[in-house]
Design a protein around this ligand. Structure first.
Ligand code: HEM
Ligand code: HEM
Length: 399
């Protein structure tokens, strides 16, 4: 039989296919950039965590905008009809699930449940992702469970996707469905076998009419790629001063000596002339000042500033870790190690705190605890200066 003679029926409209593939592209972009954040060994792939995070947020915004555009500009009435078909869950569907052999209509019960669960996951991603983003800006929203929900949604959605891919690409009886989701039409005989109660509106020629012009497909891809990249750059810029991994996010402000005489005084006296911190100052500015003071060895003044800064930045493990180091170095080991440990328990993970904890423990002569922390750090650390330092410290300690 020549190809042209095979009767075809329309299974998915252009809008439906565009929606499916826009969602797939967005999902894969979010999954890829999300994994850069999740797997420590990948954290340097885009040049660092802040860039990966900006790319992740860029992909999510582009995905939301592209999906909204497809729905708004596409065949909304058709989508509504499809939604109603998916929404209708009757005795036939229950029988199908119990393998009673009830012939499915346009979608079988498995497909309906799959659609509903994936839509649920999408809502969960948006809700937990938005909370994660907001939690960096609004202290009260810093819920430790949010990242767990976000990660669990990823594992759930990926598991579903693997099953979906197996049916679409591997399992011979269902593989023909690919033609429907790519080109819109399927063989009428396949439709009759798999979805017999689905009365295809019309049998069409193999050169089935496109309902979405080629330019719309192209526009969608362009929006995803250009919009995602542009948003990533904008977000990266605005993240730059708040979400950097180091304390030196704000320009380090060297404290001004009170007088020329004080400027000439030796460092020990200089500690006394550091003006008291302004409790109303921007916490990031205070943290930067504290870091500068810590580097200059003025530990008490640094500790005072870190303490106040952390009240406004409770979610910053890097600031907490620096505070812990200052405390340990100033001789307050109990509180210092407690702060460092607290920084290691942070979500999202901040592994530099574990490196600092391990090194400080070794230095304080608590070798067993220090070695354990460094080994734990090395288990997930990406190759780089941090891992080198940890390895060198372990070797030195072994000698
Ligand atoms: C509207 C959608 C989404 C938004 C707004 C969003 C937002 C975020 C934010 C703000 C973070 C935290 C980054 C950080 O501070 O480390 C994050 C992390 C992450 N996201 Fe998303 N996300 C979305 C969708 C997704 C999707 C669809 C996936 C995967 C399929 C995903 C996977 C991840 C992963 C794996 C992490 C890293 C979590 C960790 O470090 O444990 N996200 N996301
Ligand atoms: C996160 C990514 C994806 C999601 C959430 C998703 C979701 C869906 C949903 C809800 C449907 C309609 C109902 C159903 O068949 O279950 C569907 C249909 C379909 N999808 Fe996907 N999909 C994704 C990615 C993919 C990929 C990567 C492929 C193939 C390489 C694919 C192939 C198909 C096929 C062939 C159909 C048509 C099934 C039919 O004729 O009834 N999907 N998809």
């Amino acid at each position: 039989m020549s190809h042209a003679a095979v009767p075809l029926v329309r299974r998915f409209s252009g809008t439906e296919r565009l929606l499916h593939w826009t969602h797939t592209a967005g999902f894969l972009a979010m999954l890829g950039t999300g994994l850069l954040l999740y797997v420590p060994a990948f954290s340097d792939v885009l040049g660092g965590r802040p860039t990966a995070k900006a790319a992740h947020l860029g992909a999510s915004i582009a995905w939301l905008v592209a999906m909204a555009l497809v729905v708004l500009l596409g065949d909304r009435r058709g989508l509504r009809v499809t939604l109603q078909e998916i929404d209708r869950f009757d005795q036939d569907d229950r029988d199908w699930l119990r393998r009673r052999g009830t012939p499915p209509a346009r979608f079988n019960a498995g497909q309906k449940l799959h659609t509903v669960v994936q839509a649920g996951f999408a809502a969960l991603f948006v809700a937990s992702g938005t909370l994660l983003w907001l939690s960096e800006r609004v202290n009260g929203l810093r819920l430790q469970g949010t990242i767990v929900v976000h990660d669990a949604a990823m594992f759930g959605a990926v598991a579903l996707l693997l099953g979906h891919l197996w049916l679409a690409l591997v399992w011979p009886p269902t593989r023909h469905a690919m033609r429907g989701i790519v080109r819109g039409t399927v063989r009428a005989s396949w439709a009759a076998r798999h979805h017999p109660r689905w009365r295809a509106a019309s049998a069409e020629s193999p050169r089935a009419r496109r309902t979405v012009p080629r330019s719309a497909w192209l526009a969608s891809v362009l929006i995803l790629v250009v919009g995602g990249t542009a948003t990533a750059y904008v977000v990266d810029d605005s993240l730059g001063d708040r979400a950097g991994e180091e304390v030196s996010i704000a320009p380090p402000a060297a404290p001004q000596p009170a007088s020329a005489a004080a400027a000439a005084a030796p460092p020990v006296e200089a500690e006394q002339v550091v003006p008291p911190p302004d409790p109303g100052a921007d916490p990031l500015q205070l943290a930067a000042e504290a870091q500068q003071l810590q580097q200059d060895g003025r530990l008490n003044a640094a500790i005072e500033r870190y303490r106040i800064a952390l009240r406004g930045l409770p979610g910053r493990p890097d600031v907490r870790a620096a505070y812990g180091i200052a405390l340990v170095d100033a001789g307050n080991e109990d509180e210092g190690f407690a702060q460092l440990r607290r920084a290691t328990r942070h979500t999202p993970r901040y592994e530099d705190a574990r490196l600092a904890l391990g090194l400080e423990l070794l230095e304080a002569g608590r070798a067993a605890e220090g070695r354990a922390q460094l080994r734990r750090y090395l288990r997930s650390a990406a190759p780089g200066p941090g891992a080198d330092v940890a390895r060198a410290a372990l070797e030195r300690d072994a000698r």
